[in-house]
Design a protein around this ligand. Structure first.
Ligand code: ADP
Ligand code: MG
Length: 264
């Protein structure tokens, strides 16, 4: 059964969508079966996967409102993963959802019907702690937090992790932190290096060893409707996201090994 990972950070422009699309594509390069869910009304993950967000017959919105089954909305993308696409309709859906019973459970219910068919489900969240993000956190096994190593990053990260902790109790006690990912990293920037060092001091193993560099190819790929793996997998960005997928799989193996040892 799939491990469901939400890519979340209430800040915009930190690399959530870039990470969601490229991690999905990198994992799909292995024998793993991957579903990417676009839960952001901006539909950037949908467009970045080569699917026109304005021409969706069925989308995640219909699924969350109970008008369609998840499998009816899923499409196959060129880079080897499946997509549950989303667009601006999600904004209206969110308002409708407010009045519904079990409003935080809609995505979980939808994904329960398809998760058997995948090894990983990656959920791209909007830049807020809205009802949509709460749906993602309720449906997920773990949350991956992309962040830029800026001056206020540590403060913001602590606040985000506290918020996730507070939500956990109410919505999803089993929710884990998959890891914190340093994105758009520039090794020539002293401040970024200092923040990065402090981050690993503070959060230790929670921080992925893989660092995503600032790389123009990563910014170009979406305009071709491709992931970096399809567009230029040998670029520094491509190598980094393939490395992230490898690290994630390794950490998962280690976790399983540990829980086996515990059970024995
Ligand atoms: P979010 O989803 O958190 O709002 P995005 O993934 O959309 O953030 O990234 C914001 C912008 O930065 C986009 O234009 C994206 O192409 C660009 N970008 C993201 N990661 C990188 C990177 N590592 N190097 C260069 N540009 C990047
Ligand atoms: Mg985004």
């Amino acid at each position: 059964m799939a491990r469901i990972i939400a890519i979340a950070n209430q800040k915009g422009g930190v690399g959530k969508t870039t990470t969601a699309v490229n991690l999905a594509a990198a994992l799909a390069r292995t024998p793993k079966r991957v579903l990417l869910v676009d839960l952001d009304p901006q539909g950037n993950a949908t467009m970045g996967s080569g699917i026109e967000k304005r021409e969706l017959e069925t989308s995640i919105t219909n699924v969350m409102l109970g008008e369609a089954q998840a499998r009816e909305a899923i499409v196959r993308c060129g880079d080897g993963y499946d997509l549950l696409p989303g667009n601006i309709d999600l904004t209206a859906a969110e308002i409708q959802l407010m009045d519904m019973a079990g409003r935080e459970q809609k995505l979980k219910q939808a994904l329960d019907t398809v998760r058997d068919g995948y090894d990983f489900v990656i959920v791209d969240c909007p830049p807020s702690l809205s009802l949509l993000t709460l749906n993602a956190l309720t449906a997920s096994d773990a949350v991956l937090v992309p962040m830029q190593c800026e001056y206020y990053a540590l403060e913001g990260l602590s606040a985000l992790l506290d918020t996730i902790d507070a939500l956990k109790g109410r919505l999803n006690p089993a929710l884990e932190i998959e890891g914190v990912l340093r994105t758009m990293f520039d090794v020539r920037n002293n401040l970024a290096n200092a923040v990065s060092a402090e981050l690993t001091n503070h959060f230790g193993d929670l921080v992925f060893r893989t660092i995503i560099p600032r790389n123009v190819r990563l910014a170009e790929a979406p305009s071709h409707g491709q992931s970096i793996i399809g567009y230029d997998k040998a670029s520094r960005g491509g190598v980094a996201y393939l490395g992230l997928a490898g690290e994630l799989l390794r950490r998962q193996r280690e976790r399983m090994q540990k829980s086996k040892e515990k059970a024995a």
